[in-house]
Each structure stands twice: as structure tokens, then as C-alpha cells.
Design a protein around this ligand. Sequence first.
Ligand SMILES: [Fe+2]
Ligand SMILES: [Fe+2]
Length: 267
Amino acid sequence: MLIAQISDTHIAGPGLKTFGVAPMAENLTRCVQSINDLTMAPDLVLLSGDVTNNFARDEAMRAADILAGLNCSYYLVPGNHDDRDVLWDVFGGAACPSRADGFINYVIDGGAVRIIALDSVITGEHSGGICDVRAAWLRDALTRGGDQACVIFTHHPPIKCGVPETDEDGFDNAEILGDIVADYPNIERILCGHIHLLTHARWRGTVVTTAPSMGMQLDLDLTQSCPSKFLLSDPAYLLHHWTPEGQLITHSIQVAPLGGPHEFVQV
Ligand SMILES: [Fe+2]
Ligand SMILES: [Fe+2]
């Protein structure tokens, strides 16, 4: 099974660049083309939130138009730059197939790895979190899957990644999520977005991965002495490959001219 993960597309309105400088629609188009060109076709694509930049319907419509170019199905969860109602209206049914209790939570069954989409948005806040309703839903979803390998797919990482977006903003009830996660050793990974940087960290018996930048790379300052800024970058995405040996191997794909390929031949 092959899962592609793109994140934080931050699409601006028609004809616009995000924050006036980032060509995010163009970057997403490049990613779609790159995914379609892969020699092993993904089973599906996950978009881990911040689909739009400013909650707007025309931004979501623009994203949908580009994502329609994918040769496989795609699914999404909301981020702190998204409006659930807008996502539901524009993508509902196919890309966010359930809206239990008002949250965009659902399970994708049928593959070698179950995918559990968890809505981590707190309306009106940039921070993430879960509540009692979502915690109960998650525990039930995990229990129904038995011991089959699964991933949790969500926007906000539940850990401090060394950047203000996680360390200052926080994740409400991270300890409740952590206690649930610790009860299910079959959770291969928690796949997140939000920080526009590729990171991996062990947490409560699994690994939290955050997706790389789609073109607005966080200007990393581990001293956190300045407000966050972003750098324009080539877009990147992740490929999570569930191998015949039963391991989830994650590759980071940079969508940029790299030169080559070249043979491993001594000259
Ligand atoms: Fe973002
Ligand atoms: Fe975010």
C-alpha cells in the first residue's frame, strides 16, 4: 500500500499568491503532476489540513479544481486556516466522507493500513486539540479495527516540535490523546501537518511525523526568539510505503529539478 501525504496547501483566492508571494496553487499543481508521474501509483492521497489560507470558499474551490487532476482518490482533514462548513460543502462526501458530531472524523478501511482521520481544529484558534467527544470517537474507531495496522491522520502535532506553532500554541488534551494512543500498539504513525517542516519524534509508543512544506517553509529558529516567518521553497510531499515486510517506510519527495538520474558507475 502506498499513501501520499501533502499538507498545508494554503491556497489563496483565484489569481492570487498566498500572502502576496507564495505561488501555492502552482506548487499544488506541481505536486499533483509529480504524484501522477510516480512509477508506483499511490492508493490514495491524504491532505493534512490548511487546505485554504483564509477559510474562503473560492480558495477551497480553487484547491478542488487542482486536486481533481489526481489520478487517485484523496482525503482531507481541516487545519486552523480552514472552515469546516466550507470544506464540507466543497469536498464533502468524497474527500471528507463523514461529519460525525460536527467534526470531520472518519475511517478509511479496505487497505492494508487503516487510516483514521482525526479533526484537531479548535474553532477560532490556531492551536489544536481534541475534546471528550473526539476522544471517545477515536477510541471507538481504534477498537473497531482490532489489531490491524493503522495511522492517525490529523493537522496539529500533539507534541512540542521546537517551534512557536506547537510550543506556544499547544494542543488541548494532548495527554488524553496520548493515553489513548498508548493503549493501541498497532498505531504505526501519527501523520500531521501544520508546521511546514519535516520532523519525526517518538511519542507514547508510536511516531509523530509532520509533513514538509508545500512551498512556505518555516524559517526554523530553535531559539524561538523571533516571530515565525516563512521561506519560499520548492514543494515537497511524503510517500508512506507499507511494505510486504509490514513496515511503514516514509520517503520525502522534493518537487524540483534535481539533475539526473545518474548511474552508480565509477569514472
Ligand atoms: Fe499551515
Ligand atoms: Fe496549521
